[in-house]
Design a binder for this molecule. Sequence first.
Ligand code: NAP
Ligand code: ZN
Length: 451
Amino acid sequence: MRCEVIDTQRLCIVILKPIDCPRRTCGLVQCRVGPIEQIRPGDVLWIPPGEQHCHGATATTVMNHIAIQEHLNGKMPTAWKKSPINNTGPDSGPERKPTMKNAKAYSAVSATSLLAPTQIPRRVPTEHDVQIEILFCGICHSDLHYARDEWHSIMPAVYPCVPGHEIVGRVTKVGSAVTKFKSGDLAGVGCLVDSDHTCPNCQAGLEQFCPSMTLTYGSPDKHLGGVTYGGYSDSIVVDERFVLRVPTNLDPAAVAPLHCAGITTYSPMRHRGVTKGKKVGVVGLGGLGHMGVKFARAFGAHVVVFTTSPNKKEDALRLGADEVVVSRNANEMTKHTGSFDFILDTVSADHDINAYINLLGRDGNLTLVGAPEKPLAVSAFGLLFGRRSLSGSLIGGIAETQEMLDFCSAHHITADVEVIPIQKVNEAYERLLKSDVKYRFSIDMASLKSE
Ligand code: NAP
Ligand code: ZN
């Protein structure tokens, strides 16, 4: 595909591939009486509504338009061409308002590259949009899996990628139809920025299972073409339906991680009825795990942490665990055989889940939220005996995410964060791989200003 329609209303297309030919006449545009310019990948081409081009092509046939240009042999179609960098669209007329602005960001350009400074386009808010200046963005292990293309078979990474889906910021502008937010409000964005709003999952408030959901990064961008870019950036523009109200009584740096680590642990515990009197295990004391401990404790459960890091024992107790088991110690593990109602597994790497299934009581459930690169082996017998179940859970819907934030506000729950400048993001990734995080990195986005 050479081009993609990004806005049929305003008849705007973005060029995806080079248009070149030996005659050097194709792939050129002229702004009415302006200079003739070459179209390059990433450029945006504007065509006024209703305008007839050579051979009668209108902008509604833009896919053909590029083909037609290639057949014009030097006759220039009338069009306006602007680059997304400093793009302000065509320079007059009601449809010619700016649609994109540049934002600073950190991106990875391949699975093996370090994250580095870049510029990305962000749309100018449309009527339902909220523009947010990002203050803090948490670093989720999913950011690392994605940037390094570890989920290639399920969700191949598209480069350049800008990760980040634990966003807290300040509203700087709202569209004319926005009712929930005004400039100056604190606002949050998690893993989702859009969905189809009509499917049964959306109707049930489970937008995370919508077949057409738009993830905060790496999903097709319905507005600008290309893919969505995440929160390792100075700003983001999101439909107000996917923007969360952030409690003002909590530290924003420590609230950011609630938008993924928080909801991902809150949701399955609510779904599985974690309450007072239940025995709950949390496997892995990282970003998700430490939030799991806090929620299980707040829900009144008896909480047992399973960790591979003996040096996290004291922290686990401080965070709310009643007991801590070093999972590499088989004796400690067997003491808990057949005793759990619920276990939340947050481990990001390959590990033996059968060891945890065996700790479940009758009808006990182990929910996986960790998403290791490789499939996990499951012994059937662990599930058969005791009618135990194994399931998964993916973040949470927007309403439940708001419920979780409100719960955190009421119970003064936040993530334990190590605030870092964006320049330390690559180092933070390496530390994540060594389980060396206490317990979430939160990027202070003011550090991006110096880039
Ligand atoms: P994290 O902060 O890196 O924590 C993962 C923890 O797992 C580590 O701190 C470590 O805890 C434990 N661990 C790591 N390697 C291990 C190994 N080889 N064997 C046993 N335990 C090991 O990661 P996170 O951000 O919490 O994310 C955890 C996983 O959840 C990732 O795979 C991420 O992609 C996934 N995730 C899923 C969802 C969802 O919706 N389902 C949402 C967000 C993230 P100890 O030191 O205590 O052993
Ligand atoms: Zn995440």
